[in-house]
Design a protein around this ligand. Structure first.
Ligand SMILES: Cc1ncc(COP(=O)(O)O)c(C=O)c1O
Length: 437
């Protein structure tokens, strides 16, 4: 069992996180329970920011809120000095409610609605990462009407798609995001943005993918973007001053995953930008990186209670927990892999092979296809690791299952940051029309 962050075993053989015994956490807060390691999240933020400060280029780390965003998470990110990437009115509303500094917000999204843009303009959002011409026109119209200069980055697709340890470089991109760099769309959008008086075009953005382990993909994307800034500078006389290179740093879900360290990630991107700007004789842009998964992913653990254990013909043994694809859809969505442990028997020898399934009425509701654990029985606690990113944020009420609570643990203390949903919450938006009463 690989224990990252503050995960340890105590003298009772129980898994502890942030100095809290997970068996006690289950008793106090119930299960399923998302447990977040505060010291680990803060340490990740600091490593990224401190490494960036040492580079010979100005820059900013922003957290991609889509990975996991709540009021407490906004506070933590703010305290650590990061900016925040939001992609919807709901994420922006969360940041506003938490008192997050609006000038440090980057507003993403490929189909921002007029209402969302007005909300952002009224709030004083720092950057609009514009995805398409429809949005550019809309933003220019709305910001003009409100007498605001919207600071804009154009999202480009550099034709690098990164998958784990490899990258594929294509001349064109079929992604639904951004302006295509190679077919003239990006240049057209640049000229258009420069012509709008209520748009202050600051630079470009790209994001080449997620769960990336390949250093070359990040470096290549950085060089392509620098080349493009140079090309546009020569063609238009305007030089981008900000370059946002997105997120995508991979994490260790299982022992096959070999992530790039935060230090290496920041340094390699900075080096690629600095050295290539020197080569093509371009003034250094300010760089922005927006990791999500790597800040929060390994720092989250989901604690479940084991219910039915069933052996089926063919020899497979299903171990069912009291959650599933409703609190973690990632295995069902894209065959994500996880490691796990029996939290109340974490020191016991692993000898049985299980398929961990949830309680949803869906045969694809599998959390872990195959895992070797100590012999399990009903009432045991299963801790699934690395569930901090894209779990709560993608959770649903499928089968009208209330979403779990979440706690932040640190130095032996646990603080509730998301209250457990109850059945009343499930009914709260339902209406019986008059004619059925
Ligand atoms: C534009 C953008 N930035 C940042 C991220 C964060 O990526 P990750 O969580 O893999 O670091 C994403 C993820 O989809 C994204 O689309």
């Amino acid at each position: 069992m690989h224990l990252s962050g503050t995960k340890k075993l105590n003298e009772k053989g129980h898994l502890t996180i942030g100095g809290c015994d997970t068996v006690e956490l289950a008793k106090r807060f119930g299960t399923p329970l998302y447990i977040f390691d505060e010291a680990g999240i803060r340490s990740n933020c600091r490593r990224l920011c401190e490494t960036l400060k040492k580079q010979p280029v100005q820059g900013q780390i922003i957290y991609a809120g889509k990975a996991f965003l709540t009021l407490a998470m906004c506070k933590l990110i703010q305290e650590e000095g990061l900016g925040l990437d939001v992609v919807s009115g709901g994420e922006l509303y969360t940041a506003l409610a938490a008192g997050f500094p609006m000038e440090k917000i980057y507003f993403h999204g490929n189909n921002k609605t007029p209402d969302e843009l007005i909300m952002a303009l009224e709030a004083g959002v720092g950057r609009y990462v514009v995805d398409n011409c429809y949005e550019l026109d809309l933003l220019s119209k709305l910001s003009g009407r409100m007498n605001i200069q919207a600071k804009v980055l154009l999202r480009l697709t550099p034709g690098v798609s990164a998958h784990t340890h490899h990258y594929i470089q294509t001349g064109h991109e079929e992604s639904k995001f951004g302006f295509n760099l190679s077919n003239g769309q990006a240049l057209e959008a640049t000229k258009k943005a420069l012509g709008f008086t209520s748009i202050d075009l600051l630079g470009y953005h790209c994001h080449i993918g997620s769960q990336i382990f390949c250093e070359d993909s990040f470096a290549l994307a950085a060089r392509i973007m620098v080349d493009y800034i140079k090309q546009v500078s020569l063609e238009t006389g305007w030089t981008a001053e900000e370059l946002n290179l997105g997120g995508g740093l991979g994490i260790r879900y299982t022992e096959e995953d070999t992530p790039i360290s935060f230090e290496r990630y920041v340094a390699l991107i900075s080096e690629a930008v600095v050295s290539h700007c020197r080569e093509v004789q371009l003034p250094l842009p300010r760089i922005v990186m927006e990791p999500g998964r790597s800040i929060i992913g390994e720092m989250g653990t989901t604690l479940y209670t084991v219910g039915s254990i069933k052996q089926v013909s063919g020899g497979k043994t299903y171990l069912a927990v009291n959650g599933g694809m409703c609190d973690n859809p990632r295995t069902a969505l894209y065959q994500a892999q996880y490691e796990a442990a029996l939290a109340n028997k974490a020191a016991a020898e692993s000898e049985n092979t299980y398929t961990v399934v949830g309680k949803c009425c869906e045969s694809g509701d599998i959390l872990i296809h195959e895992i070797v654990l100590p012999k399990a029985k009903k009432g045991d606690l299963l801790a699934v690791f690395c569930t901090g990113a894209y779990n709560y944020s993608m959770a649903s009420n499928y089968n009208r299952i209330p979403r779990p609570a979440a706690v932040l643990v640190n130095n032996g203390e646990a603080a509730l940051i998301i209250r457990r949903e109850c059945f009343e919450d499930i009914l709260s938006n339902d209406i019986i029309p008059e004619h059925m009463k």
